[in-house]
Structures are given as C-alpha cells and as structure tokens.
Design a protein around this ligand. Structure first.
Ligand code: UDX
Length: 439
C-alpha cells in the first residue's frame, strides 16, 4: 500500500518507518525543511533506540522517503495519516488542534481517488467529526473516510510497541476504510494481534481512557508508597502482592517521583477538559493530575529531608534528567520541578544524563552539567537518582563512595537495595520503604 505520513514528530516518524518496515511504500512529510534535510541526510531528529538503523534499512530498500512536498507525497496514496502535534493549549489545558485541522484542509485539496484519512495524533473525542466537516468543504464526501487510529507506543520502546502491540484500535464503520486498515496492519495478523474495530468517537476516547488509567495506576502506587514510608511497609512487595492478581496486573506499579513525558500530563488534562465541556465530573482523573503535580514538588522536600533539612551550600549530583530512560525527552520530567526547588533552597546542582542534557539545558541553563556519571558524582555531597537509566543500575558503589564528599544516595527510582547500600556505609533513601532500623 502507499502511505503518506503527515508530521515527522515522535509518533509520525516511528509509525511511518514501521509501516515501511511492514513492506508498505511510505512518504513522510513535514513542513520543517530542517527536519526533512536531516532525515534525508541519514540523521534522526529524535532519540529512539533502533530507529536510525530501521530508517536506513527502509530508505535503502526504496520503501521510505522524506519530503516537504505534500502534493507529491499524496500521488496515488491509499492512506494519509495525520500525525502532527496536539500540544496543551497554554492556559486552559485543551488540546490545540490547529495543526490537525490545517493538515486536514491541505490534504482535502489534494484528494483525487478514494483515500483513507487517519488521525494518529491523540485527539479529543469529536475531532474526527470536525476533520470530516473541514474536508467536506474541499472534496466530495465519497472520496474520503476519516478514521481514528490512536497510537499507544512508549518512548524508548517505540519500535517494539508499534510492531508488537497488545492491540490496535481502529475507529471507523466504513467498509472500504476497514478493508484498507486491515491491509495496512496485515503483518500484525500473523502474530494474532487483536484489532479492535469500533466507532470513531469510541476509538478517540479509548486512547485518553488508556492513558488516564495508566496515570492513575502510577499515582495510586505512589500514594501507597507514601503510606508505606509512614507505616513501615514495603511498596515493591505491596506492588508484587497486588500485581499478581490478574485483575490488577503487575505493570505500571513502580513507585517513583511522579509521571512525566509528552503524553500522560497532556492527555489527562485534555480528558478532564473534554469531560467538563460534557458536564461530566472525572473526579479520579482530576485528583490524579493534582496528586502527581504535588508529588513532583514534594520530591524536592524529600531530598532536603534526607540531607538533614538544609541543603544550603551543598553540592547535589542529579543522575538522570529525562522523564524516563532511553529518551532525550524532558517534557514534564520530574527533574524540571525538583532541580529549581533545590536551587532555591541554596543547593548547587551538577547533573548528568546520557541523552537529555542538550534538551535540559534549554530549560535549566544555569546548573552545571558533567559528561559522565562519575564526573558528576566527584566531590558532591549527595547523589540523587532521578531517572533509572541502565548505566545507573550497576554503578561501582565503592567508587561512588570514594568520590563523594558525604555518602548520601537518594534513589527516587528504587534501583538499589537499602540493606546493601547501608552495608556499604551509605545513608540511603528511596521511595516507599520502611525507615531503616536504628542501630
Ligand atoms: C505513555 C504510554 O505508556 C503510551 O502507551 C502512550 O502512547 C504515550 O504515553 P511514555 O510517555 O512514552 O508512554 O512513557 P511510559 O513508559 O508510559 O512512562 C510514563 C511516565 O510514567 C514516566 O515518567 C515513567 O517514569 C512513569 N512511570 C511509568 C512510573 O513512574 N511508574 C511506572 O510503573 C510506569
């Protein structure tokens, strides 16, 4: 099949490349000539493990190309995907759909034969209807069908998530569109991936409901972690104990500094706004948003408390800045809330992240950056593990101790064991564990 992918952001680029790898002929389009130039020169504008190799392979095979020219890209296309950004609108939290609608209008003007127009961007319920209305002003209604096909991929695991998803959700009841979408995802039938065909609005809402539910799960375990600390219980064992119940499931039960990223914060907010408009109270999702925001703020207090209540003049090493490992994405990362608070309290910050430092410098230009974990640790009064990158999981702790001014480790991702760390002479604080017994 011939596929046009409009938007080479995270979702667009990964989806386009993976569709090409499925064997389809894919043209990725972006208005930003810089991005297209980078891609055509063999570069990748985002950090995603495995993506560079997959792009090179499919470009070489002649199935994948990049252009700024939508007219050329849409020649004989079977399906056009709209994968442009839907950022939170400043001030009100609604999803900003102006890029989606502009793309729809442009696409409509170029349609000649029956084309499936698929919204891949996360869009609020009813967006497909509006896209259809806009397009109908420019092209005959029987020449296109607007389909919702939300993307559930995670940054850092995007290729695997795309190629081996738990399910694919497709929102359309039009038989021609169903046939095209089946053909597009045919390679997934081989591994028996369930494809949920449903009505368009239901599909749009499914994406938000999924993200809101996952954000709720994380926030729930984070609050249980606080309770564990207060009453002397162990959150990882609670998570295991509840997660083995199949009705609950063991995923997304890792306590930590609060969720961040490009999806959960934006989508939970947009869902609540949609519900408000529909006069429905989403009290659980609203509480999740509030609890997660306040958690990120409280993490700074947790660090200060672990360091005796005053960090004035202390040099604190932050390991990990991105909102999670294997990405350079800093959007809504807990580190962006924690670091300025520590600076306000008089701490001197030195940070290291394997991939996200260039991004971090845009928001946090005034802190010090080191080019390796050990350089960041050298001479610090405490180490805070803010993101669980693999390279932080097995640090030579004897060396860490010898480099530190004072042996303080605050592990916001629970990647070390308390007994072991205390055995090595560290003052060690993590999330959701009983306080160490006084000796
Ligand atoms: C998420 C969804 O998982 C994905 O399906 C959707 O398409 C986009 O949003 P992503 O934002 O890439 O993906 O990352 P994810 O791995 O889901 O993590 C989100 C945040 O939750 C991170 O800040 C992570 O650290 C945090 N998290 C996740 C936890 O704190 N605990 C967990 O158990 C899981």
């Amino acid at each position: 099949m011939k596929v046009t992918m409009v938007g080479t952001g995270y979702v667009g680029l990964v989806s386009g490349v993976c569709f090409a790898d499925f064997g389809h002929e894919v043209v990725c389009v972006d208005k930003d000539p810089g991005k297209i130039e980078t891609l055509n020169a063999g570069g990748v504008p985002i950090f995603e493990p495995g993506l560079d190799a997959l792009i090179a392979k499919n470009v070489k095979a002649g199935r994948l190309s990049f252009t700024t020219d939508l007219t050329a890209a849409m020649q004989d296309t079977d399906a056009v995907f709209i994968a442009v950004g839907t950022p939170s609108r400043r001030g009100d939290g609604y999803a900003d759909l102006s890029y989606v609608y502009a793309a729809a209008e442009e696409i409509a003007g170029l349609i000649k034969d029956f084309t499936v127009v698929v919204t891949k961007s996360t869009v609020p319920v009813g967006t497909g209807d509006e896209v259809e209305r806009i397009m109908s002003e420019h092209v005959s209604r029987d020449l296109f069908e607007v389909v919702s096909n939300p993307e559930f991929l995670r940054e850092g695991a995007a290729i695997d998530d795309f190629k081996r998803p738990d399910r694919v959700v497709v929102g359309t009841t039009d038989a021609r569109a169903v046939a095209k979408m089946r053909e597009l995802y045919r390679p997934l039938f081989i591994n028996e991936t369930p494809i949920v065909f449903t009505e368009r609005r239901t599909s749009e809402l499914t994406k938000y409901a999924a993200n809101a539910f996952l954000a709720t799960k994380i926030t729930f375990i984070n609050e249980i972690a606080d309770l564990c600390e207060a009453v002397g219980a162990n959150v990882q064992e609670v998570a295991r104990g509840i997660g083995l119940d199949k009705r609950i499931g063991n995923k997304f039960l890792h306590a930590g500094p609060g969720y961040g990223g490009s999806c959960f914060p934006k989508d939970t907010l947009a869902l609540v706004r949609t519900a408000e408009e529909a006069n429905v109270a989403l009290s659980i999702v609203s509480s999740v948003i509030e609890a997660n925001e306040s958690r990120k703020r409280r993490m700074a207090n947790k660090i200060v408390a672990a360091l005796g209540g005053d960090v004035h003049g202390l040099r604190i090493c932050i390991l990990g800045l991105a909102f999670k490992p294997n990405t350079d994405d800093m959007r809504d990362a807990p580190s962006l809330t924690i670091i300025p608070r520590l600076v306000d309290k008089g701490a001197e910050i030195v940070a290291y992240d394997p991939e996200a430092m260039d991004e971090a410098k845009k928001t946090l230009p005034d802190i010090e950056y080191a080019d390796s974990a050990f350089r960041a640790i050298d001479g610090a009064d405490a180490v805070v593990i803010a993101t669980e990158w693999d390279e932080f999981r097995a640090l030579d702790m004897r060396r860490v101790k010898s480099l530190l001014n004072a042996p303080n480790v605050i592990d916001l991702r629970n990647i070390y064991r308390g007994e072991q760390m205390r055995g090595l002479g560290f003052s060690y604080t993590n999330v959701g564990y009983p306080k160490p017994k006084e000796t």
